[in-house]
Ligand binder design. Structure first.
Ligand code: ADP
Ligand code: ZN
Ligand code: ZN
Length: 665
C-alpha cells in the first residue's frame, strides 16, 4: 500500500518492531520529522511514541492504518547523540527501540507533557576551598585528561580510596568548564549523598545539578531541560543520568566504575558504564572511569590497549594505608558473631577516643527462625527463601518480596514452642554491642534504619559529631563516605564471597573488602582492618591483604582466562518466570533446541533454577548462552529472537533476555 506519508513510530512496548500510523488530522506534513513525540491509539490505550521515519509504503493496508492522535513536539525531543546511543543500545541489548527511547526520557515527557519548565539555576560556590597542590600522579592524570579534550579517549583512573581521585575529577572538570564545556558525572546510587554534591557546588561557580530516583518527576525534568539548554553545566547523577541531553558535553566521569548498580536490572537491562563509553565515542570526547577496585572488564580493556591507565598509587596528603589482621574463627572464642580479639580491639580503639566501624552484610536480627525440636524453619509462602527475624518490628520478613508475618509462637510442623532465631544480622550485632559497650553511641546504618526520608542524613550527621562511636552496618556503610575518625574496621563475616555459584563472587568480595578497608585511617589517624574468616589461608584473601587489589585482580583475570569466563567470553541469559516450574523450563528448553543450529560457536547451559528458585510465587529458571566472540553472540541472538517470536505466544511465561548479566548463579 502506498501513500505520501506514513509515520513509522517506536512505541514503549516490549514488542521488537515499529508501528505504522497515518498523520494526525490537520497537521502540516512538514512538521512531521524524525525525533518528535506523537500520541497514538494502541490496542485499547493511548501511547506516546517517537517518530523514527516518514515512509511511503506500509505492509498494512491503508484502510487498516489508524491516524495518530497528536503531534507533541516542534523539534526532535532527543539530541542526535542520544538518539544514536539508543539505536545502538536497542540493537546491543536486543530491546525494543520504543522501550529504549522511552527510558531515555524523563517520566513527564514519556507521559506526553510539554518539554518546557522554567527554572532559575542558583550558583553557590566558587572555590573558597584553598587549592591543594596536586601530587605528581594527580598532576599527570589531570594533564592526560585535559589533553584528550575533543577526542574519544577512555581512561581508567585506578587509585585507592583517599588517593585523590575526586580531586582529579574536580581539576579536569574545571578545565572543561573553562573551555565552555559541560560535564556529566555518574556515581552509584549509594554514594550520591548531599556531601558529594556539596563538594562539587563548593568548588564551581556554575549551576551544578543532581539527578537521582529520589527526586520528583518535575525536578528531574527541570535538570534534563537545563542541561539541554546549556544552563546546567555539571550533572551528577545515577545510572539513568547517562541519557541526559547536553548542548556542549565535553567530558564524562564514571566514579566507582566497578559498581553493580550501574547495571539496570529490569526491562531495558543496560550497563550505564558501557553506555557512557559508547556515548563518549559517539561524541568524540574523553571519559574517565575511576575506581579503587576496577572491574576485571576495565582492567582487560587496559591490557588490550583500549583504555589508558592512570594510577594514583598513594593516599593523598599524609594518610597511610591500613594494616590488616586475620582472625581465624575456627579457633577463636565467639559471642554473637564477635570473636574475643575483635571485641578487645574495639575496646582498645574506643578507649583512644576513636570510632570503630563493623561491617556485616545482612540486615535484620537473624536470617533464620528455627524449631529446635523438629528443625522446621519459617519460610516465605511466595519465595523459596527463609523469613528473616526482625527484632525492631517484631515480625518475620522476606527480603525478596517484602512479605511480613507475625512471629509464630508455635512450630507449624510439630507444635513445639521451642523456637529460636538463628544466625547473625545487624540488629543482633547491635544488641550484643549495646550490652558490651553501654556508654558508647552505636549507630546502625542499613536499609531498615534508613528507610525514612532524611534518616540516612541524620545518621551521617551523628557519625560526624560523635568523636567516639561504633558504626555498624551493611554495604551501605562501606561505600563512598568519609569517616576520618574511624581507626578500626572489622569485617564480621568475610567468607560468603569465597564460595559461591556466581563466578563474580570473589571479585565482588575483594572489591567490598577494599571499600570497607578504605574507610579506615583516612586522615592523620592510621587504620587497622580486622577480618574474621574460617579460611584465613584462602589464596584470594591472602593475595588481597598482602599484595593489594591489583595482583588479586590479575590473579582472577588469569583464572577467568583459563576457564573462558567473562571478560574472556560473552554471556547472555534468558530468564523465564511461570507459576509452574515445568512451564518456565519448558519454554527455555524450546529456546535451547533452537540454539542447536549454532553449536559450533555457541555454548548453551541450562535450563536451571535461579539461585532463588521461586520468587513472589513464580518459578524462576534460566538459560545461559555463551560465545567466545561478542559479534558472533550478537548476530546469533538477533536470529534467535526472531525464531522465538515466531513461536506461538506463551501467555503463562514471562521472559527476558539479559545481555552481559552481572549476576549469574
Ligand atoms: P578519593 O576520591 O580517591 O577517595 P579524594 O579526592 O576524596 O580521594 O581525596 C581524599 C582526601 O585527600 C580529601 O580530603 C582531599 O581533600 C585530600 N587530597 C586530595 N588531593 C590532595 C593533595 N594533592 N594534597 C593533599 N590532600 C589531598
Ligand atoms: Zn517443630
Ligand atoms: Zn518472599
Amino acid at each position: 500500500m502506498s501513500s505520501p506519508g506514513i509515520l513509522r513510530i517506536a512505541l514503549p512496548t516490549p514488542l521488537r518492531r515499529l508501528f505504522d500510523y497515518l498523520p494526525p488530522q490537520a497537521v502540516d506534513p512538514k512538521a512531521l520529522f524524525p525525533g518528535v513525540r506523537v500520541k497514538v491509539p494502541f490496542q485499547s490505550r493511548t501511547l506516546v511514541g517517537i517518530l523514527t521515519e516518514v515512509v511511503s509504503t506500509s505492509s498494512i493496508s491503508h484502510e487498516k492504518l489508524k491516524p495518530a492522535l497528536e503531534l507533541l513536539d516542534q523539534e526532535a525531543i532527543l539530541p542526535p547523540d542520544i538518539y544514536q546511543l539508543c539505536l545502538w543500545a536497542a540493537d546491543y541489548y536486543h530491546c525494543s527501540l520504543g522501550e529504549v527511547l522511552s527510558s531515555a526520557l524523563p517520566v513527564l515527557l514519556r507521559k506526553g507533557k510539554p518539554a518546557e519548565a522554567k527554572t532559575k539555576w542558583p550558583v553557590s560556590g566558587g572555590s573558597t576551598e584553598p587549592q591543594l597542590k596536586l601530587n605528581d600522579a594527580q598532576h599527570y592524570a589531570v594533564n592526560s585528561v585535559c589533553e584528550a579534550a575533543n577526542q574519544f579517549l577512555p581512561f581508567l583512573l585506578d587509585g585507592v580510596t583517599g588517593s585523590g581521585k575526586t580531586e582529579v575529577y574536580l581539576r579536569s572538570i574545571a578545565s572543561m568548564l573553562q573551555a565552555g564545556k559541560q560535564v556529566l558525572v555518574l556515581v552509584p546510587e549509594i554514594s550520591l549523598t548531599p556531601q558529594t554534591i556539596e563538594r562539587f557546588r563548593a568548588r564551581f561557580s556554575v549551576p551544578v545539578a543532581a539527578l537521582h530516583s529520589g527526586m520528583t518527576e518535575l525536578a528531574r525534568l527541570k535538570v534534563w531541560l537545563g542541561a539541554r539548554a546549556n544552563e546546567v553545566k555539571i550533572v551528577i547523577g545515577t545510572r539513568s543520568a547517562i541519557f541526559t541531553p547536553f548542548a556542549e558535553l565535553g567530558l564524562i566521569i564514571v566514579d566507582e566504575e566497578h559498581d553493580q548498580s550501574f547495571k539496570q536490572q529490569d526491562r531495558f537491562r543496560y550497563h550505564a558504564r558501557d553506555l557512557a563509553v559508547m556515548r563518549a565515542s559517539i561524541l568524540r570526547i574523553p571519559i574517565v572511569l575511576g575506581s579503587a577496585t576496577p572491574s576485571l572488564e576495565s582492567l582487560l580493556n587496559v591490557k588490550r590497549n583500549r583504555y589508558t591507565l592512570l594510577t594514583l598509587p598513594l593516599r593523598a596528603g599524609d594518610a597511610k594505608m591500613p594494616e590488616y589482621a586475620l582472625i581465624d574463627l575456627r579457633s577463636a572464642h565467639i559471642e554473637e558473631g564477635m570473636s574475643d580479639p575483635l571485641l578487645q580491639a574495639v575496646r582498645h580503639h574506643l578507649a583512644e577516643n576513636n570510632q570503630v566501624m563493623l561491617f556485616l552484610n545482612r540486615r535484620g536480627f537473624a536470617p533464620v527462625y528455627y524449631c529446635t525440636e523438629c528443625t522446621w524453619m519459617a519460610g516465605c509462602k511466595r519465595c523459596d527463601t527463609r523469613m528473616v527475624y526482625h527484632r525492631t518490628t517484631k515480625r518475620l520478613q522476606c527480603h525478596h518480596c517484602d512479605a511480613q508475618s507475625a512471629i509464630p509462637i508455635q512450630c507449624t510442623q510439630c507444635g513445639s514452642t521451642a523456637l529460636q532465631p538463628v544466625g547473625l544480622g545487624t540488629q543482633r550485632l547491635e544488641q550484643l554491642l549495646t550490652k558490651q559497650f553501654p556508654d558508647t553511641p552505636i549507630i546502625r546504618v542499613d536499609r531498615d534504619s534508613t528507610r525514612r526520608k532524611g534518616s540516612m542524613q541524620s545518621l551521617l550527621d551523628q557519625i560526624h559529631t560523635e568523636p567516639k562511636a561504633i558504626l555498624l552496618g551493611t554495604q551501605m556503610l562501606a561505600k563512598g563516605h568519609h569517616f576520618p575518625n574511624v581507626t578500626l574496621v572489622g569485617m564480621v563475616e568475610a567468607d560468603s564471597g569465597l564460595f559461591s555459584a556466581d563466578f563474580r563472587a570473589a571479585e565482588q568480595m575483594g572489591q567490598l573488602l577494599m571499600q570497607v578497608s578504605g574507610r579506615a585511617g583516612r586522615a592523620e589517624k592510621p587504620g587497622t582492618v580486622m577480618i574474621q574468616t574460617r579460611h584465613p589461608d584462602h589464596q584470594s584473601i591472602q593475595t588481597l591483604i598482602h599484595q593489594g587489589y591489583q595482583p588479586f585482580a590479575q590473579m582472577l583475570l588469569t583464572e577467568r582466562e583459563q576457564a573462558i569466563l567473562p571478560p574472556f567470553s560473552y554471556f547472555a541469559v534468558f530468564k523465564a518466570e511461570a507459576y509452574t516450574e515445568e512451564s518456565a523450563s519448558g519454554f527455555l528448553s524450546m529456546i535451547k533446541t533452537l540454539c542447536a543450529v549454532a553449536k559450533e560457536t555457541i555454548t548453551v547451559l541450562g535450563p536451571v533454577s535461579a539461585v532463588i528458585a521461586k520468587r513472589k510465587g513464580l518459578y524462576c529458571q534460566q538459560l545461559l548462552i555463551k560465545s567466545n566472540q561478542r559479534g558472533v553472540l550478537q548476530q546469533f541472538l538477533k536470529k534467535l529472537l526472531m525464531e522465538i517470536e515466531k513461536q506461538p505466544a506463551k501467555q503463562s511465561v514471562k521472559w527476558v533476555l539479559d545481555v552481559d548479566p552481572v549476576e549469574v548463579g
